[in-house]
Design a protein around this ligand. Structure first.
Ligand code: AKB
Length: 313
């Protein structure tokens, strides 16, 4: 029996992906791994250092892994505090997986890229798959370089590495750590705890976002598509909805008038200003029928519902 391995299973994307997969495939076909000692899930868990090729290879052989979801990365804001560590982790952990695929230990890989591959010189609106890409953060540079390497391995070694450029992901399972789009998750925690929210971006900053269920569906649908249909060998643009902080605030304020937001932009403002407002996802739509289901209103409803359940559990 072949299995799938999630590397980075305890993070924002990993925890939601593992819970989704556990509802859709047999539990003994899933192996989780992260740098932490334990998992919050009951699925098979293996502590793993994504920078250690031999350790990953041993895990792949032990569990007969055929598919890896490699979700480990230091995000945009945190990455600026330690550029060399960010480059090392983001790139060398990816190379470990690419090499395992090249050497035929695994058949298929999913690796997330990000809208951070775009920069100030990219078009702001409806940013195209093949726009100018001059990222200004070390995270964005590592994602762009990673995309080029994914395409290189796919073309040169006929590997099957698949990838999506994610917008900011709004989710309720775990808090994201160290991203520029994190405000769109943090604000819900303040709202439900009856605390004012101190926002690190200004009220007009428009950024592309996606609700986690759409993000997980995008991964699932891309991974099950016939390889021949995938014309993009690097990473697919996808789009959810575009919002600024005041748009979320106004909707939350309508639910509870005493909720307040204080704008105190910091170094993350410059990063956000360098990213697109909205994304053109025609290739994902055409190649694997991508379509987002959640807009801001649905996202707000479900975030409040899920966080309330989480707090009451
Ligand atoms: C970040 O803000 O760094 C991430 C991303 C857009 O990739 N959420």
């Amino acid at each position: 029996m072949s299995r799938i391995l999630i590397i980075g299973s305890e993070g924002q994307l990993g925890s939601e992906l593992s819970s989704f997969l556990s509802k859709n495939i047999e539990h003994d076909k899933i192996v989780l791994s992260d740098i932490r000692n334990n998992s919050s899930s009951d699925l098979t868990y293996q502590k793993l250092d994504a920078l250690n090729y031999d350790e990953i290879k041993k895990t792949v052989l032990k569990y007969n892994i055929s598919e890896i979801y490699h979700l480990v990365a230091i995000l945009s804001a945190k990455g600026e505090q330690n550029p060399m560590k960010t480059w090392d982790l983001n790139m060398n952990s990816l190379f470990n997986i690419l090499e395992l695929a090249k050497n035929k230990f695994i058949k298929k890989v999913f690796w997330p890229s990000s809208i951070s591959v775009f920069g100030e010189t990219s078009p702001k609106n409806n940013t195209n798959q093949f726009s100018v890409m001059e990222p200004s953060t070390v995270y964005g540079i590592s994602k762009l370089a990673g995309e080029r390497w994914c395409e290189y391995y796919n073309q040169r070694y006929n590997t099957d590495i698949r990838s999506i450029r994610f917008p900011g992901i709004i989710s309720s399972n775990t808090l994201p750590g160290g991203g520029t789009t994190d405000y769109a998750v943090e604000i819900f925690y303040s709202f439900l705890n009856n605390k004012d929210y101190k926002c690190f971006l200004n009220k007009e900053t428009i950024l592309p976002m996606i609700y986690i269920d759409d993000a997980i569906n995008s991964i699932f649908n891309l991974m099950k598509e016939n390889k021949k249909k995938l014309s993009i060998k690097s990473s697919y643009n996808i789009s959810g909805f575009s919002i600024n902080p005041s748009m979320i605030f106004e909707k939350l304020n309508k639910i509870n008038e005493s909720f307040k937001i204080i704008y105190e932009p910091d170094y993350r403002q410059k990063i956000a200003d360098s990213w697109p407002n909205s994304i053109n996802d025609e290739y994902a739509k055409r190649d694997w029928n991508w379509m987002a289901e959640f807009d801001l209103d649905r996202t707000i409803d479900i975030m409040i519902k899920r966080l309330k359940t989480k707090y009451n559990d």
